[in-house]
Design a protein around this ligand. Structure first.
Ligand code: BDR
Ligand code: CA
Length: 326
């Protein structure tokens, strides 16, 4: 089967590293673009190169640095989860590769305008993507779709209402959701179903490969960092879920909804306000009750929200992928 052509816009980041490993092995990655988010731009760009060097793809996957700061707000980073480097834990040498000449936004625009059927995957703040839409609005009609890790149908992580990637640059996120691009939202409500536990870390370790050891070290660090605030027994590699959804759509149950981004709420800035009044039940859209048959009265859906993960299938995809890196 022909591999989907993707540009991966990211801020590595432990879970972004998993997203990169899944994407490079299973999709046709035209390029990786970086954005200030989990750590300042210089760090996340260096980390993207490090990940590619670990998996032996730094020569064939170009990396372009993008925006260092959000569109309006000052940059917020997440050293408490990713360490000062943005990728603490695994001991890696400094990369020998450097980013390509040119800005990430130019790369996104030029690639989408010259290649048919490109899918965008965004696992950091949406600053570069919004800037690309502003620069060349025709990319909206050119891309196949955008699959983001960000937001939540339920509750947030950075604040009670907001997920980190959307919170960091809500203006950019709003631009993307209202652009008319087909958005797939892999929010926290889905990624919280994806936790790796000690047993899965052992599966990574027993691969005995550089990629396996790297995956184990990433997960151990992320688990201990997350222990400070949430479930002490698992690490959710949020960003990997967005890529997994593209690779194997059958792993994710989803539903169309209208999603807006709150820009001005004092308690809710960065919240993804998901209108799923047309769906009801304990898990919106999955257990649909009779009310779903009634005419939809809200705005027309502008996004497809991920709701339910096939956990076993997802873990197998990650482990099988890592096993294919020698
Ligand atoms: C998101 O925030 C970042 O810290 C992660 O890399 C992920 O993209 C989860 O809220
Ligand atoms: Ca990320």
């Amino acid at each position: 089967m022909e591999r989907k052509k993707v540009i991966l816009d990211c801020d590595p980041g432990h879970d972004d590293a998993f997203a990169i490993m899944l994407a490079v092995q299973n999709l046709s990655v035209l390029g990786i673009t970086t954005v200030g988010g989990n750590s300042p731009l210089e760090n996340v760009t260096r980390n993207a190169l490090k990940v590619l060097e670990v998996i032996g793809h730094a020569d064939d996957v170009p990396v372009f640095a993008g925006h260092s700061c959000p569109m309006v707000a000052p940059l917020v980073t997440a050293p408490m989860f990713h360490g000062e480097s943005g990728l603490d834990g695994p001991v890696l040498p400094e990369p020998t590769h450097v980013p390509r000449e040119g800005h990430a936004v130019d790369f996104i625009v030029d690639t989408v305008m010259s290649e048919d059927d490109v899918t965008l995957v965004a696992t950091g703040p949406l600053t570069n993507i919004a800037a690309a839409i502003n620069r060349e609005p025709r990319i909206v009609g050119r891309v196949r779709e955008i699959c983001i890790m960000g937001g939540s149908v339920t509750f947030g992580n950075w604040t009670p209402a907001a997920e980190f990637n959307i919170y960091v640059d809500p203006e950019a996120a709003a631009r993307v959701f209202e652009s008319g691009m087909h958005v797939k939202m892999t929010g926290l409500n889905l990624t919280r179903q994806s936790g790796f536990d000690e047993g899965i870390i052992r599966r990574f370790d027993t691969l005995g490969t550089r990629a396996g050891t790297f995956a184990g070290d990433l997960t151990r660090f992320f688990m201990s960092a997350g222990r400070k605030i949430n479930d002490p027994t698992v690490a959710c590699m949020h960003d990997a879920c967005a890529v997994a959804w593209l690779i194997a759509p059958e792993l994710v149950k989803s539903a169309p909804m209208h999603i807006d981004v709150e820009l001005s709420g004092t308690l809710t800035r960065g919240m993804t306000v998901c209108d799923y009044r047309h769906l009801c039940g304990p898990v919106p859209g999955v257990d649909v009750c009779r009310e779903a048959q009634t005419p939809y009265k809200g705005k027309l859906p502008n996004a497809e929200a991920a709701l339910e993960l096939d956990y076993e299938g997802y873990v197998d995809l990650v482990c099988d992928t890592l096993a294919r890196y020698n």
